[in-house]
Ligand binder design. Structure first.
Ligand code: GUN
Length: 293
């Protein structure tokens, strides 16, 4: 059984991108990722901080635009329009969740699809559905990178995806069934009957349901590949913070059956920032007519 090393994988992906940026001609501008942060939610601040740090490490420019928690919908739209027309910005994200007074879907629709490096805009989701080049959302993109870098055999494999969210489960199922990847995919969700039986038949099991330790050892086939997308806080008075972060998979027991498993923390979550930055690089290459983006 192999436990995935997210840090090692990310280090290699970062080095690859850093080199590409270093090789840009001296007179060429550098790619730039912007993040729009509304309010001061601790988790959102941390995500954005990680994005800025990774940009610095690989030589990409980053900018954080901060807005007050009580910003009006129209004022937020003004910032979006400014980012859309700023030619120095190759891609940007609006950090979610947004405060209650903001209509999230309207904001996401206002993002220029050419700069939508989160891949959340219907235009980009449509391109993905058609198998055309686009920005793939960070988590599914990261999982595809893991399958590739670990040389996991996907052709003909039965892959069960647990969870049908717009940004993980649904795109994941689509990507895995593509020509060239060639999995047979089952998407199970909260209304599925016999979830356990479906999971136990999976060669590749992807858990993105948001329930701590949902996948138990009896739901896993011997030798299965298990990818854990969950990030759940559970109470643990023995830790200094009083809680710890666990995935959707009961790691300690499932690892005894799996041939390959991603841990939480240190697994899939490690890949999301670099995936976003890879999308930004792709956007830069399109704008600057650089091949191999
Ligand atoms: N909040 C948590 N994850 C994400 C993400 O991937 N993109 C954005 N924009 N906000 C998030």
């Amino acid at each position: 059984m192999k436990i995935f090393d997210g840090k090692q994988c990310v280090t290699a992906l970062k080095a690859n991108l850093k080199q590409k940026i270093e090789e840009l001609p001296e007179n060429k501008r550098k790619p730039k990722l912007a993040a729009l942060l509304v309010g001061d939610l601790a988790a959102s601040q941390l995500y954005v901080k990680n994005k800025v740090k990774t940009c610095e490490e690989i030589g990409m420019i980053s900018e954080v635009i901060r807005a007050e928690e009580n910003i009006s919908h129209n004022d937020l739209l003004e910032i979006i329009y400014r980012l859309n027309s700023d030619e120095t910005v190759d891609g940007y994200i609006v950090q979610l969740p947004l405060p209650k007074q903001i209509d999230e879907s309207k904001i996401l629709l206002a993002i220029d699809p050419k700069k939508d490096v989160d891949g959340f805009h219907p235009h980009n989701l449509g391109l993905m559905l058609l198998g055309l080049e686009t920005f793939v959302p960070a988590t599914p993109k990261g999982i595809m990178s893991i399958l590739k870098s670990e040389k996991i055999k996907t052709a003909g494999a039965h892959c069960v995806v647990i969870g049908r969210s717009n940004i993980v489960g649904t795109p994941m199922a689509l990507l895995l069934s593509r020509k060239g990847i060639d999995c047979t995919v089952t998407l199970v969700h909260s209304q599925t009957k016999n979830i356990k039986e479906f999971c136990a038949s999976a060669d590749i099991l992807i858990a993105a349901i948001g329930k701590a330790n949902f996948v138990t050892a009896d739901m896993v086939k011997d030798g299965a590949v298990v990818i854990d997308v969950g990030i759940n806080r559970i109470d643990d008075p023995s830790t200094p913070k009083g809680y710890r972060v666990v995935g959707d998979v009961d790691f300690e027991h499932v690892k005894e059956k799996a041939s390959f498993i991603t841990p939480v923390p240190g697994g899939v979550g490690m890949l999301t920032v670099i995936s976003l930055i890879e999308n930004t690089w792709m956007s830069f290459c399109r704008t600057e007519n650089i091949a191999n983006g």
